[in-house]
Design a protein around this ligand. Sequence first.
Ligand code: ADP
Ligand code: MG
Length: 734
Amino acid sequence: MTSEGADAAGTGRFTLDTRLSGALGGRTAQAVERAFGYRTVGDLLGHYPRRYALRGELTALASLPLDENVTIVAEVLEVRVREMRQRRGSILEAKISDGTGILTLTFFNQKWRENDLRPGRRGIFAGKVGDYRGARQLAHPDYELFDDSAPIAADAAAAKRWAEAPIPIYPATGTLASWQLAKAIALLLDGLGDLDDPVPDAVRQARSLLDQRRALEAIHRPEAEADWKSARRTLRFTEAFVLQAALLLRRAELRAHTTTARHPSVGGLLERFDASLHFSLTADQQEVGAEIADDLEHPVPMNRLVQGEVGSGKTVVALRAMLAVADSGGQSALLAPTEVLAAQHLRSIARLLGPELSASVVPTLLTGQLPAADRRKALLRAAAGQSRIVVGTHALIGDAVSFADLGLVVVDEQHRFGVEQREALRLKGQHPPHVLVLTATPIPRTVAMTVFGDLDVSTIRELPAGRAGIESHVVPLADRPGWRPRVWERLAEEVELGRQGFVVCPAIEARVAEDDGEAPDGEAEADAAVPAASVASVLAELEEHPRFTDKRVAPLHGRMSADEKEATMRAFAAGEIDVLVATTVIEVGVDVPNASAMVVVDADRFGVSQLHQLRGRVGRGSVPGLCLLVTSAEAGSLARQRVEAVAATLDGFELARVDLELRQEGDVLGAVQSGGRSSLKLLRVARDGDVIADAREVAAEVLAADPGLGRHAALAAEVRRRLDAEASGYLSKG
Ligand code: ADP
Ligand code: MG
């Protein structure tokens, strides 16, 4: 810490690291920390206005959302005070207007406000929008009236400036109004000492960016629109630059470790495997395979993300890496998000290896739910180095599991696996193992750069030839309520052709949602009052349906025990079940080539990438897939557009792009962007790809010339602040 709060207050000089308690006084500092988690001057100065209002502009009152906290600019129309009839006391009612709509403010026993709220005065009003007998009102709002003493006739220029000065509107809470934040921030700006700029001068000048100090001043206290606009541009670049520098530094730190280089051996397991494959690798598989092989041959821990469509053959690529490690005497751990998937991985690996190679590699399942004796055996095989490939869930990272020589960790589906877990694993071997992360969630380049900046990214775009394809249709019940029975008939037809199908529901029972992570957007949330279709309700519906009386239908969801789920999946894979009615537990990795039909009910309750993943469960073999996305969302609604986007293309990367476009800014990365100390502030990955790419290039240059940032103290300090704030949450999204 460079300065103590008390000293700073004494000298009137704050740094970005000064505690708010020393700069603002305890009560305000506490309120700010409670509301936003901010502790330092830098934290609060990073609380940028959400938008700017003008004194001359009035907020449209007609469209105010009920039950939400709003901050609006309006003019007082009239004020009335009346005595209450039932009990003692008075009610003051003020009507404010934007020129068309009217909103009533009510205050109890605060007659004196009559002096304030005089007709014709304008100001900012904040409060929760309520409804009283059909009229919109704010009960006990906070407000701040604009200064009446505007410099009028005497100084025309000053009057114009006053009228045009944008008023910052901050993200506020019920206890901290926008103007209270503005006042606190003004105090900080007044007391702020000189700032060193994290962005090097030359970089700034080449992009016509403001210096840090002026940018902070201009974003919080702009005199004109142009001020906050150039401030935003500056601070957006700075944010991207600091973030990229932080990610690149972390990556460099990871690379500073050494580990064992792994070479496949001549005539070894990998060669034998390649020779035994009954298909040839796609060009993408070969290319990504070569990238991985190259990483493994260096004594620097690999940290690579492989992204590729469902069914693009990532497992084969990962298996080849594991065999290269086995050739050099090392072991690999493959981590799956669930026990079902771990068991399935083990089966497909054993199948791909064939009996002979399996005997050398001894692929072993090691999960928490194994019977004690099996588990002991598996633990021994891992510890003795006999098993070259150990498959399990994240529990593999548990203390009880040790490896003879852990050379590679493969993580299937990165989004359930955080940085801390990667760290824990890294500590398991004598040397940190190489890490390979597989994901079927297509990640646009900008997101990959923003969130996974410390990972190298490989992409498999091409699907193996011979796929029969998937036909996708939206079933729009809002327009065609009669189509629902036809969905079940179509499903029955598939089964009667000897194929199998899935019906995926957002919930297990009428009220029990099963959501693993990807929240639908606000619009879908809004009709949460209508119960979602559930596994239970669909099962009941199919039971009644004449075409299903002779069909074998079974549930699969997260409330079943691991054994039950496993048994159900086995039965389905063996063709003993025709239709699985499931929640998204089947989202990832389930591989049954005979499954041809995927029906998603209430499809609008799922995210775009989730729907795409679900669809990937069918059409995996030579049987053509059919995907029916059933939705009650209205035509034209955002929810409906998302479902239509999924039906319109099979290209996951295109879908990821559309998804970014359709989403409201802010929820692309979920919590990452939703506010709080560690989130992105001005940067939006959907929009700012160019800025991020530019910033990354500059950050890389700076770090190449000055790896320890010894000559870039201000940048080093910003990076440290960023990493401190993120230590808990943000980066572990990776
Ligand atoms: P992913 O893990 O990316 O979803 P998998 O590795 O499970 O995909 O592959 C899906 C199916 O395609 C598997 O049955 C696999 O054996 C097969 N497969 C993988 N690569 C090829 C290829 N190059 N040619 C033909 N089939 C392939
Ligand atoms: Mg897979």
